[in-house]
Write a protein of this length. Structure first.
Length: 259
C-alpha cells in the first residue's frame, strides 16, 4: 500500500493500491515551480520510502491587463505632430515577457496610433472639449509568443478656459425723446466657447476711432446706459469689453443710434 508524507504532501493524493499520484489543484509555475513529497510503500512486513521532487514546467500565458500611465489631455493642445497621451504597460503571469501594442477597436480608433509603448493622438486631431470631451479606443497587448489581451480605454479632455469671442449689443431703440440721463441704450451679451461661463462688461479706451463716445455712456451689469447728459439724435461709437470668470477678454466696437 502507498501513502504520502513530506513538505507538499497536502497538495497531492495517492491511490493506496495502485500508487497513482494526483495533484489536487492546478499547478502554477509562477507561484510554485516544484513540489517535494515522500512516497511510502509498505508490504506485509516492510516499508520503504523515497523522496520525490515534482517540477512544474513553465507554459506561456496571455497578458492579463493593460494600464496607461495617463488618460487625459488638456484641450487645445497642439497636434501638429503625434501627441503622446501616456505609456502602456502590461500585466502578465510570466515574468520577463515582452510586449507589442496595437489599436484594434473603439469608436474613436481612427484618432489614435501606437508608437512603441506610447498611446498617441494622431497628428492633426482636433482636441476641443466643447465639441468632444472623451474618446474610446481598444488597445491590444501581444506577448512575444503571440498571446494577446485587449482592453477598452477612455481618454478624456480637460477643459481649458477660453476667451469670449464676441460682446454682442442689442439696442433698446433710443429716440431723441427717450435718450435721457441713465436711460438704457441696450444690453450686452458675450459669446464664449465655454458653456456656463460668466462675464462682466466694461467700456475701454485705446481705439481712437471707435471709442470716441465712451464718455457719454456707462455700463451697469450688462446694460449699456446713457451717461449723465441726455443724447441728441445721431450715432455714437463706444468699445465694450467682455471679461470672463477666468479673466480673459474680448473687445468689440459698438454703434448706438439715437433716432
Amino acid at each position: 500500500t502507498y501513502s504520502l508524507t513530506g513538505t507538499d504532501a497536502a497538495s497531492f493524493s495517492i491511490n493506496a493500491t495502485t500508487g497513482q499520484v494526483k495533484l489536487l489543484t492546478p499547478a502554477d509555475f509562477e507561484t510554485k515551480s516544484s513540489y517535494s513529497i515522500t512516497v511510502n510503500a509498505k508490504d506485509a512486513s516492510n516499508t520503504t520510502t523515497k523522496a520525490v521532487t515534482i517540477n512544474v514546467t513553465d507554459v506561456n500565458e496571455a497578458p492579463s491587463n493593460i494600464t496607461l500611465s495617463a488618460s487625459s489631455v488638456a484641450e487645445n493642445t497642439s497636434t501638429a505632430s503625434a501627441l503622446t497621451i501616456g505609456t502602456l504597460t502590461s500585466t502578465d503571469p510570466d515574468s520577463g515577457n515582452t510586449f507589442t501594442y496595437s489599436i484594434v477597436g473603439g469608436a474613436d480608433q481612427a484618432s489614435f496610433q501606437v508608437s512603441g509603448a506610447n498611446l498617441q493622438f494622431k497628428a492633426g486631431t482636433t482636441l476641443d472639449y466643447e465639441t468632444k470631451s472623451s474618446y474610446a479606443v481598444t488597445v491590444r497587448s501581444t506577448d512575444q509568443s503571440g498571446q494577446t489581451y485587449d482592453k477598452p480605454l477612455t481618454i478624456t479632455l480637460t477643459n481649458v478656459n477660453e476667451a469670449p469671442t464676441a460682446a454682442n449689443f442689442t439696442s433698446a431703440g433710443l429716440t431723441a425723446a427717450t435718450a435721457l440721463a441713465n436711460a438704457t441704450a441696450g444690453t450686452l451679451a458675450a459669446t464664449d466657447p465655454d458653456a456656463g461661463d460668466t462675464h462682466t462688461f466694461t467700456l475701454v479706451t485705446g481705439d481712437t476711432i471707435n471709442d470716441a463716445d465712451n464718455g457719454k455712456f456707462t455700463i451697469v451689469g450688462s446694460a449699456l446706459k446713457v451717461g449723465a447728459t441726455p443724447l441728441t439724435a445721431g450715432t455714437y461709437k463706444v468699445v465694450t469689453r467682455a471679461t470672463d470668470a477666468g479673466g480673459l477678454t474680448f473687445d468689440q466696437a459698438q454703434t448706438i443710434t439715437v433716432s
